[in-house]
Design a protein around this ligand. Structure first.
Ligand SMILES: C[S@@+](CC[C@H](N)C(=O)[O-])C[C@H]1O[C@@H](n2cnc3c(N)ncnc32)[C@H](O)[C@@H]1O
Length: 434
């Protein structure tokens, strides 16, 4: 039997929160089971919403039910959250939200629970005060795990609440014009002709275009001709800050799915780019992206922290290390990250990041530059990594980036929502010539 949008949403949220799968993995599979594009979009909106407001949805349920449903019925517990989210946060008429959700319970083998689900949803409809969380614990009030709130409070005593607020917003759709094929001005004109609203708000990133509304990118002008890529503007700073030039030997050591590799080649088509990633499956997307944009790189599946297994002996002029990280800067774009990431992941990630940094440093030519990047907002993965590295490497010096407030910060920390871009960190290190 095919499942409805609400049943698929409940199952997807269950897969993420209880089974630890990522929404980027679960959602496309669930969407593939739906024919109508509007249903696919509705499914995404509901899943994203449940991830954004999970603690409050749980709290409302616990006010209305003596105890949560038993383990075997967990998908139906998530169906309750799906129902409550629609009533509170969406413009679906209440009667439709309730009846569709109750119907979905039958699809999820919850025939015996339809009365209970109907009752809970009717109570939510009647009792608006259930959503008063002013005096609730921080995790519920701000819809984030407690450990992350504490970490942000410690790192950003002034801005932590603005960061949490930004994480609750929907992220805009940013494009990066492929300037090796079309100028940003000409592409903007093509968008205007197609009646698509956009802005180009970042003077320091002229090829970055922000669309006024999210839409199916395959129908935008020049998709199949490789005129643009989808990439948040924060990520578009990487290739620019690395200062890539034709003729250089460039290593992109953690490259998949290849957004930054392609950008490097768009800016320096005659550079020799080695694109490495440990995950062979993710490298397939690098090949696809290079092919669509008409670019060429040497793509290798290998571990950046063990160069002896893949390095051919030629030093690199530029190295980009877009290292694996907590992704705490991109929660607005991937709202499930806050539930998937655990406090204990951070030291392990930090250790891997430092190892990759130390090992790849040896591959950099004297006078060359290395750009360290993460989409994290946690100092352990960012400024503290650079501080530790500089203490150990006497041939490394930190070059202040144009936006970096001062060198004491060990890099440029972009906070989520600033300039309407994702949270990101960049530090540029130069190897001294001795
Ligand atoms: C933040 S993502 C890179 C995004 C990519 N730079 C882009 O712009 O499209 C981090 C990547 O590091 C890869 N990775 C993790 N550990 C690695 C290692 N030891 N060596 C090389 N790549 C690794 C992951 O597979 C993942 O694709």
């Amino acid at each position: 039997m095919s499942l409805s949008v609400r049943a698929l949403a409940a199952r997807s949220c269950f897969d993420v929160v209880d089974q630890g799968m990522s929404l980027s993995e679960v959602l496309p599979k669930a969407q593939a089971l739906l024919d109508n594009p509007l249903d696919k979009a509705l499914l995404q909106e509901i899943c994203f919403g449940v991830m954004r407001y999970l603690p409050q949805l749980e709290a409302v349920c616990s006010q209305l039910m003596a105890k949560p449903l038993i383990k075997q019925l967990r998908p139906l517990q998530f169906l309750l959250y799906v129902g409550i989210y629609q009533l509170k946060f969406m413009r679906i008429p209440d009667h439709a939200a309730i009846s569709e959700t109750v119907e979905a319970a039958r699809e999820l083998k919850g025939q015996s629970l339809t009365k209970l689900i109907n009752g809970v949803l009717r109570n939510v409809q009647r009792q608006q005060e259930l959503f008063n969380f002013e005096a609730a614990p921080a995790a519920v009030k701000f819809n984030h795990p407690g450990w992350l709130i504490t970490a942000l409070q410690q790192a950003y005593p002034e801005q932590w609440q603005a960061i949490l607020d930004a994480n609750q917003q929907k992220a805009p759709l940013w494009l990066r014009v492929n300037v090796s094929k079309i100028s940003a001005t000409d592409y903007a004109a093509a968008l205007t002709r197609a009646g698509i609203e956009y802005s180009r708000p970042l003077a320091d990133l002229p090829a970055a275009i922000k669309l006024a509304q999210a839409q199916d990118v395959t129908s935008l002008p020049g998709y199949s001709d490789g005129w643009f890529s989808v990439q948040d503007a924060a990520a578009q700073y990487a290739a620019t800050l690395l200062d890539v030039q034709n003729g250089q030997q460039i290593l992109d050591a953690c490259c998949a799915p290849g957004g930054k590799t392609c950008h490097i080649l768009e800016l320096a088509p005659d550079a020799s780019v080695t694109a490495l990633d440990k995950d062979a499956r993710r490298l397939m997307r690098v090949h696809d992206n290079l092919a669509r944009l008409g670019l060429t790189a040497k793509v290798i599946a290998a571990d950046a922290s063990e160069p002896t297994t893949w390095w051919q002996g030629q030093l690199f002029d530029r190295i980009l290390l877009d290292v694996p990280c907590s992704a705490t800067g991109v929660i607005r774009r991937h709202p499930d990250i806050r539930w998937l990431r655990k406090k204990a992941d951070i030291p392990a990630l930090a250790e891997l990041q430092q190892r990759i940094l130390q090992q790849c440093w040896a591959l950099l030519a004297p006078g060359g530059s290395l750009l360290y990047a993460t989409c994290s907002v946690l100092p352990q993965e960012n400024s503290m990594q650079i501080e530790q590295f500089l203490q150990q490497k006497s041939d490394a010096s930190l070059v202040a980036l144009p936006h970096q407030p001062d060198n004491a910060n060990y890099g440029w920390q972009i906070l989520p929502g600033e300039r309407d871009v994702d949270g990101f960190f960049y530090a540029r290190l130069v190897k001294q010539v001795r």
